[in-house]
Design a binder for this molecule. Structure first.
Ligand code: BJW
Ligand code: ZN
Length: 245
């Protein structure tokens, strides 16, 4: 029973994906949404390492468009419930594939961002990071304040390595957790999707929250079918949970 597991858990890992931000109005990548295609290009083409070489201005245009969409969006009850778990569990690791910063906006600290952050840029030449919230963006490719080199969005595109240390921290948390939540991810992108597998292999109880089944559903001990923003607040309430499969 999940409530018992939550009471007893000492170390909890939460892995989130785009579905956690869906109820805030952020489009998901797969299964519908408006940003799956940008000017005729599928997102895995425009958000790829190859596109940085081929057309950096187009990559900036795509990310500027998305930052503009995100600028007015707010965290939803899913983000808020997860943030409240910092006080509920002695050891909580929040690992996200999301680049939108909404976990931090809801009060989560020390978020392990596997795929970077859309509000940051990185210099190709000197590797300096710059906060885009402070930067006035024009069309074209912005320049580094430190060395004048070309900047790129500080996000992990297809075919790129994850930020140094991020997967290692998530891997450690997966090895030590006794309860693992997999929330709002299609679980098709690796190495992120391996984290619940590692947790399960190390004895954790694995719970998925998603309106749709995923390739990970079959290894989960419980699948809570529905929206994260509706189900997660129920996990903080005293009354019995709804249907679990
Ligand atoms: C709700 C909901 C609600 C809706 N409530 N839920 C092994 C085999 C084959 C290929 C590979 C492999 N290992 C690695 C690869 C390559 C590749 C990969 O995984 N490809 C697969 C697709 C096949 N991986 C990589 O390239 C990674 N790098 C890497 O492995 O480096 C090592 C290496 C380098 C070079 C060569 C070889 C190895 C990097 C992956 C980076 C992913 N980047 C993106 C784009 C970020 C920038 C941007 O935003 O544009 O990250 S892709 C995109 O997918 C984004 C997401 O973080 C990621 C995951 O998506 P997510 O979060 O799961 O969202 P969706 O939309 O897919 O799903 C939403 C879910 O929510 C759905 O299930 C809904 O049902 C649900 N939902 N409403 C709850 N209200
Ligand atoms: Zn620089």
């Amino acid at each position: 029973m999940l409530r018992e597991r939550m009471r007893a858990a000492e170390s909890v890992l939460v892995l989130t994906g785009a579905g956690v931000s869906a109820e805030s109005g952020v489009p998901t990548f797969r299964g519908g949404g408006n940003t799956a295609v940008w000017k005729g290009m599928p997102f895995d083409v425009i958000s790829s390492a190859g596109m940085l070489q081929k057309d950096l201005p187009a990559v900036w245009e795509w990310f500027n468009y998305r930052r503009n969409l995100l600028a007015v969006l707010k965290p939803n009850p899913a983000h808020e419930t997860i943030a409240s778990w910092q006080d509920r569990f002695a050891d909580l690791a929040l690992v996200t594939q999301n680049i939108d910063g909404l976990h931090q906006a809801s009060g989560s600290r020390d978020v392990i961002e596997l795929h970077g952050n859309i509000w940051r840029a990185r210099c190709f030449d000197c590797d300096a990071r710059h906060d885009l919230k402070d930067m006035k963006m024009d069309d074209g490719v912005p320049s580094c304040f430190d060395c004048g080199g070309n900047l790129r969005p500080d996000v992990v595109l297809f075919g790129e390595m994850l930020p140094p240390g991020a997967f290692e921290r998530a891997f450690d948390a997966a090895q030590r957790c006794d309860l693992c939540f997999v929330i709002g991810t299609s679980a098709v992108v690796y190495p992120a999707a391996s984290i619940p597998e590692i947790a399960r292999a190390n004895g954790a109880y694995v719970v998925e929250i998603n309106p749709e089944p995923t390739p990970l559903s079959s290894i989960c001990h419980e699948v809570l079918t529905g929206k994260a923003g509706e189900i997660l607040p129920l996990l903080s309430e005293a009354r019995p949970l709804g249907r679990a499969t």
